[in-house]
Design a protein around this ligand. Sequence first.
Ligand code: ADP
Length: 171
Amino acid sequence: MSTRLTLVLGDITRQDVDAVVNAANSSLLGGGGVDGAIHRRGGPDILAACRALRASHHGKGLPTGQAVATTAGLLPARHVIHTVGPRWSATEDRSELLASCYRESLKVAAGLDARTVAFPAISTGIYGWPLDDGARIAVETVRETASPTVEEVRFVVFDDRAHEAFARHLT
Ligand code: ADP
């Protein structure tokens, strides 16, 4: 399946897609940015599902670069895929972990039979990753990752600067 990459300026919690990706933290118990918005708008079922994961498979939390799915609660999407981006480091190259977030989320999406997936610009908010580099890694990784089910990957960005960064790498 060749995946179409699209870009929209908007709120990830409003996307009518099979799966939205959450820029979560390893606790899976909520945070700011995208994570806060998803839990606020998605309602308590998402947090309940995350707590259940902490009580079973992910007792120590979700490691950086990995991904796991829950219900999307009240969101228009059917599933939320939680992935934990790396914090930006000026002294250590963590690019492979950021690429892994995109790859592992797409793998989880295929397991859910998802055809449409919306990604935020993982790690480029609270985790401090430079926007242009975060956009480059996002676009390159998704382009290199063939998926058996995903027809559209939609990058959903929150401001003009992020839109410009993604647009540069998508053309
Ligand atoms: P991280 O902790 O991985 O850096 P954040 O949620 O802080 O994640 O930010 C990731 C990116 O998502 C940032 O570029 C931020 O501007 C953007 N963002 C924040 N809220 C939303 C939202 N509701 N929809 C889409 N993008 C958002």
